[in-house]
Design a protein around this ligand. Structure first.
Ligand SMILES: [Zn+2]
Length: 230
């Protein structure tokens, strides 16, 4: 497998525990794409010391730090700005789990089409059974110190220390089975209208079985993406 560059946009969707973030990182490196993680972009901006006194940033930081959702029109605007920056560098882009809502999709997809052309937008949907989602999420651990998320696998199930900073690995309350069930339901409710919208615009959604190992899923995604990129 020789990596090549792709000057387009790839979106990876999947329920909690489908490994979409992990796959977006691997696939992004493989095709030389910039990974645009909306959550991380928002966090980086609201906690940027240089923007500390900006009135809009101040307002959004308050929301962010209290766990509330940031103003959606503001999020769309900053994501658009980031997309433009990446595009102007001549690079392709990969998203994991976003656009998150139909509102965002309706504003961001036409923009991506304008910049990269419709033929160069590939959407991957990773499918896993609800039991898998619950199992993986309730077995995954998070580093107390740096926030690194350790995805469950047979190889690392006994790991107690963070592979990045050696901090203690703990379970999150967010990964409680009851809460995961709610998150799966919310994911379905939120993303189904997006799939309909994409299909209507003539953007094909490629379904990938997310049950096998990370390596196997990656291989399958790459194979399908190469078809999409033709
Ligand atoms: Zn750590």
């Amino acid at each position: 497998m020789t990596p090549k560059s792709f000057n387009g946009a790839i979106i990876i969707y999947g329920p909690p525990g489908s490994g979409k973030g992990t796959q977006a990182n691997i696939i992004g490196k493989y095709f030389n794409l910039t990974h645009l993680d909306t959550g991380r972009l928002v966090e980086k901006l609201v906690h940027n010391p240089r923007l500390k006194n900006d009135p809009i940033i101040k307002k959004e930081r308050k929301k962010f730090d209290s766990g509330k959702l940031c103003t959606i029109s503001w999020v769309v605007r900053i994501v658009k700005e980031e997309i433009e920056k990446i595009y102007k560098k001549g690079k392709g882009i990969i998203f994991s789990g976003s656009p998150r809502t139909l509102y965002e999709a309706k504003r961001l997809i036409p923009y991506l089409e304008k910049l990269y052309k419709k033929e160069k937008i590939c959407v991957i949907r990773i499918l896993i059974k609800p039991q898998t989602s619950i199992f993986r999420n309730s077995h995954r651990k998070v580093c107390e110190k740096c926030g690194y998320i350790l995805v469950y696998s047979k190889k690392n199930k006994n790991l107690r220390k963070c592979p990045i900073c050696n901090g203690k690995l703990i379970r999150r309350t967010l990964d409680d089975p009851k809460i995961i069930k709610i998150r799966i339901k919310e994911y379905k409710k939120r993303t189904e209208p997006i799939y309909k919208y994409l299909t209507k615009r003539g953007i094909k959604i490629i379904d990938i079985n997310g049950e096998p190992s990370v390596e196997k899923v990656t291989k399958n995604i790459i194979k399908n993406l190469k078809n999409c990129m033709k």
